[in-house]
Design a protein around this ligand. Structure first.
Ligand SMILES: [Zn+2]
Ligand SMILES: [Zn+2]
Length: 182
C-alpha cells in the first residue's frame, strides 16, 4: 500500500471507509484527504436530496477564482495546496492545484453537509423551479451521462414538490401525481 503524509505534515495518512468511499485519514489531526471526485461521491451518499447541488470545487480552480496559497502540501506531488472558500459559506477547503484532490480538517465534511442542507431548506420554490429548468437543460446538453442527469432532475422535482407541499397543499397533490415521480 502506498504511504502518504498528511498535508499538515503532522502524521501519516491511513485508508478508511467514509460514507461508503475510500478516503485517507490522518492519525494525528483526523483531517481527511479525498482524491479527486471522492468528495462529491461522499456528499451524494450522505443525502440524496443534495445530489443536484453543485459541488465540483475543481470548477473553481478552472475558473481561476481568487485563491490563497496554503502552508499545506499535496500528499501526492507535494506542491502547496490552494485554499478555496466554498460558495458563500465560511468553509475553506485545501485543494491541490494539479487536481489530485482536497484535504478537509476534522469535522469540516459535517460543516459542508449542514451548509448544503441549510441551503436546501432556505431556498424558495421559485428558485427551485429555476433549478429544475436548469437541470432539464443539462439532461439535454450536459456532459454527464444522461442517466445521472435524469436522476438529478427527478431529485430537484421531488424537492420542489416537498417545498410546494409546505406552501400550497393542492399543487403538491398534482406534483406528486406526475408519472415521473411514481
Ligand atoms: Zn494531520
Ligand atoms: Zn497534487
Amino acid at each position: 500500500m502506498r504511504f502518504m503524509k498528511c498535508p499538515k505534515k503532522d502524521g501519516e495518512l491511513e485508508s478508511k471507509t467514509f460514507e461508503k468511499i475510500n478516503v485517507e485519514e490522518c492519525k494525528t489531526c483526523h483531517g481527511m484527504w479525498f482524491d479527486r471526485g471522492e468528495l462529491k461521491k461522499a456528499k451524494d451518499s450522505t443525502d440524496e436530496d443534495l445530489r443536484w447541488l453543485d459541488f465540483d470545487i475543481f470548477e473553481h480552480l478552472d475558473k481561476k477564482y481568487e485563491v490563497e496559497i496554503s502552508s499545506r502540501v499535496c500528499p501526492i506531488d507535494e506542491v502547496k495546496l490552494e485554499v478555496l472558500t466554498y460558495s458563500d459559506s465560511k468553509i475553506k477547503i485545501d485543494a491541490c492545484p494539479n487536481g489530485h484532490g482536497v484535504f478537509l480538517d476534522d469535522q469540516e465534511f459535517e460543516k459542508i453537509i449542514s451548509y448544503l442542507e441549510n441551503k436546501v431548506t432556505s431556498t424558495s420554490s421559485g428558485e427551485f423551479a429555476k433549478d429544475a429548468l436548469a437541470q432539464l437543460s443539462d439532461v439535454l446538453t450536459g456532459p454527464e451521462p444522461v442517466a445521472s442527469e435524469v436522476k438529478d432532475f427527478i431529485t430537484v422535482l421531488r424537492l420542489f414538490g416537498k417545498r410546494l407541499e409546505a406552501e400550497h397543499s393542492n399543487i403538491s397533490y398534482v406534483i406528486s401525481n406526475l408519472p415521473i415521480l411514481r
